[in-house]
Structures are given as structure tokens and as C-alpha cells.
Design a protein around this ligand. Structure first.
Ligand SMILES: Cc1ncc(COP(=O)(O)O)c(C=O)c1O
Length: 384
């Protein structure tokens, strides 16, 4: 038998490789983007409660009503827009599913989709599997803001989709009102959709607000907003997320979701629905992570690495080009093996492996772990 790969260039992801290396080396794992602490016990108890109450069979395809309703209310509180929970909100198995189904909803063979690099790794395969053509556009090298000139010159009659990710993984860039305005102007008279990956919506810093595309009356008419309860509530292993999109788009989106997973884990949906009733549970996330970020940066400042303070997400990038010319992959490996601190080489966020000598740290970890990791990085020069 001869299987012809549909994703010939896809191997094991760098996140799996670095997490495994961290495990093998007994290193502090600041590589993969998952919290190193447990969720609120209130939420954990709610899941146990709903399992015991017998909510253990298939949930409705679009998600249980109370979760869709409470998510719609939360959306209005945060972004001033109340989606119709019956026809515009769908609960899915993680933002990964939302992204895949949303991209599949709009991309047909030959369509072009713009991805801003460095980029999270799940957009490109979804585009390719639907016969689309990913067009990679680099963010501005200096500060990772959006390079609109590059985007404008890449847009053509073939462009069907732009993938937005704010707060951005891995750079931490947070889209501004100006970015949204330019995007709205750009797609106004064009048949271009937007998939907006907003999984870090509650993690922005220094008084910066997350500007959801749902808060923009014009943009939300063409946008699938993808979110993740796993990221927001420190339960990435639960894989529960959502997609909010206009009625006509949601109708098509649900046809795909129906045959990808059909429905999402029932007792967790009930638990999340009740948990969302208290806005503190999501309004406190920002402060929680800002404290961690500040502590992490205190340590990072003592090292020889250079960085610009992250604006959002639980990632911080750092550069080392002034210290050594080794590749970022090699540095990540040396750091893991010799200093026992795992990070992600940022070249893996580029389709062609562009290496600008950056590494990415995840600071969603216990404080003592962050402090110890930064202590170890004081010896960075010894390994270069
Ligand atoms: C930018 C971005 N989008 C989507 C996801 C996936 O979210 P989920 O775990 O809910 O599928 C991640 C996870 O790392 C991410 O960083």
C-alpha cells in the first residue's frame, strides 16, 4: 500500500519535541503553552458535580444552551455585542477545532488565505487540507506589529481569508484600533472572510484592552471568532472552545463541526456554564497573569537576553543574536540539556524556518519555577 501524504511537510510539532526533551532532561518546561498550575477548585468541583448528576451523554451538537447563553452574555460584557446564542454561538472541542472548522467553511481549492508570520501552527494545515494556498506575510521585524503594506500588496481576487491572532502567539503583539480600522477598510468591498484567533483574549497587559473583532460592527459580519475555555481557565487538557460568527456563517460552520466531533464533552459544558455566571472568574485573569509576567521579566532582565515587553498572551520572546550566531533550534537544545530550561525556537513559527535568533518562553508557570528558570539562565553565556 502506498499512502500519499496530504501534509508531506508536517512532522512532529516543536511543542511535542521540546516538551519531551524537557521531560527527558528534567528541565523546567517553559516551552509548550500550558499552565503549570491547576484550575480554580470551584471549577473542578463543578465538573465533578455535573458528572455525578448524570450529565454524561452526548451534548447537543451546537453546545448546551446555558453555556451558549452565558458565553453570549460574557461577550456583551466584554465587547459590547450580544451574539444570538441560538444561531451565532457554537461550542466545540477546543479552539483548534473552531479554527479548523472555520477555515474549512470558507476555503475551497485555489483560494488564498493570508497568515501573518511568525504564526501559530494550526492555520496552515487547515488551509492546505481544504486545497487552499497559504500566503505568508511577515510581521514588522522591529516590534512584530502588523505590516499593512505587505498585506495590501498580497491581497488579490483570489484572497478568501485573513487569519488574525491577537493577543499574538508567539510575539505577544496586541492589535490596536488602528489595525482593526485598516482591516475593515481593506476587506470592505471584497469577498474576504476573517478567522480571528482570540484564545488569549483575557491576557493583555499594562492597561491595554483586547479589541475583539466582535466589538467591531463591520468586521464581525465577516468574522469567525475562535476562543478557548482551556486557555482562559487553565484547563488546556479539557479542549473546550467556541466559535462566534454571524448566522449564515455559523450555519455552514456547524455542518462541518457536526462531522468533525459532533458535540463536546457534556459535564464540562455544564460546569463552564455555571462558572461563567460570576464575571470575576474571567475578569481576574488579566491581573493574575500580569503578576506572573512582571516576576518573569524581573528575572529575565538579569540575564544577557534582550527583549521587548510582551503586550499580551502568556508568552515572552527574547533574542540572543548579540551573544551568538548559533541557530535558535541549537540554542533551545543547549538550554534544555545544559541549563535545564526548555523554550521554543521561534523559527518553528515560520513556514520556511526563518531564524531571527529569537526564543519564546511561556510564563504560565508557578512563581518558584519561573524564578529558578531565570536563575539558571544567568549562566547562559557559559553554553554559547
Ligand atoms: C494562538 C493559539 N490558538 C489556538 C490554540 C489552541 O487552543 P485549544 O487548546 O483550545 O485548542 C493555541 C494553543 O496553544 C494557541 O496558542
Amino acid at each position: 500500500m502506498n499512502i500519499r501524504s496530504k501534509l508531506p511537510n508536517t512532522g512532529t510539532t516543536i511543542f511535542t519535541i521540546m516538551s519531551q526533551m524537557a521531560k527527558d532532561q528534567g528541565a523546567i518546561n517553559l516551552s509548550q503553552g500550558f499552565p503549570g498550575f491547576d484550575a480554580d477548585s470551584v471549577l473542578l468541583d463543578l465538573v465533578a458535580k455535573y458528572i455525578k448528576l448524570g450529565h454524561n451523554q452526548y451534548a447537543p451538537m451546537s453546545g448546551i444552551e446555558s453555556l451558549r447563553k452565558n458565553l453570549a452574555i460574557k461577550t456583551e460584557k466584554c465587547y459590547g455585542f450580544l451574539p444570538d446564542y441560538q444561531e451565532e454561538v457554537t461550542i466545540v472541542s477546543g479552539a483548534t477545532e473552531a479554527l479548523f472548522a472555520a477555515i474549512s467553511t470558507v476555503i475551497r481549492p485555489g483560494d488564498e488565505a493570508l497568515i501573518l508570520e511568525p504564526a501559530y501552527d494550526s492555520y496552515e494545515p487547515a488551509i492546505i487540507l481544504n486545497g487552499g494556498i497559504p500566503i505568508h506575510i511577515s510581521l514588522n521585524e522591529a516590534d512584530f506589529s502588523v505590516n499593512w503594506d505587505r498585506i495590501k500588496s498580497a491581497v488579490s481576487f483570489k484572497t478568501k481569508l485573513i487569519v488574525v491572532n491577537s493577543p499574538h502567539n508567539p510575539t505577544g503583539y496586541v492589535w490596536t484600533a488602528e489595525d482593526l480600522k485598516i482591516l475593515a477598510d481593506l476587506i470592505r468591498d471584497r469577498n474576504i472572510f476573517v478567522v480571528s484567533d482570540e484564545v488569549y483574549e483575557h491576557i493583555t497587559f499594562d492597561g491595554r484592552a483586547h479589541l475583539s473583532l466582535l466589538g467591531n460592527e463591520e468586521l464581525r459580519k465577516k468574522t469567525f471568532v475562535c476562543g478557548s475555555f482551556g486557555k482562559t481557565f487553565h484547563v488546556t487538557g479539557w479542549k473546550v472552545g467556541y466559535c462566534i460568527a454571524p448566522k449564515e456563517l455559523t450555519k455552514e460552520f456547524r455542518k462541518i463541526h457536526q462531522f468533525l466531533t459532533f458535540s463536546t464533552v457534556t459535564p464540562i459544558q455544564f460546569a463552564l456554564a455555571e462558572y461563567l455566571e460570576n464575571p470575576d472568574h474571567y475578569q481576574s485573569i488579566q491581573e493574575f497573569y500580569e503578576k506572573k509576567r512582571n516576576l518573569f521579566l524581573e528575572g529575565l532582565k538579569q540575564t544577557k537576553l534582550k527583549f521587548s515587553t510582551t503586550q499580551g498572551s502568556f508568552f515572552q520572546m527574547a533574542s540572543y543574536g548579540h551573544l551568538s550566531k548559533i541557530s535558535d533550534q541549537k540554542l533551545a537544545e543547549l538550554m534544555c540539556k545544559k541549563l535545564k530550561v526548555a523554550c521554543i525556537p521561534v523559527s518553528s513559527f515560520y513556514h520556511n524556518g526563518t531564524d531571527n535568533q529569537f526564543i519564546r518562553f511561556c510564563f504560565a508557570k508557578e512563581e518558584r519555577e519561573l524564578e529558578e528558570a531565570m536563575n539558571r539562565l544567568l549562566r547562559l553565556e557559559e553554553i554559547l
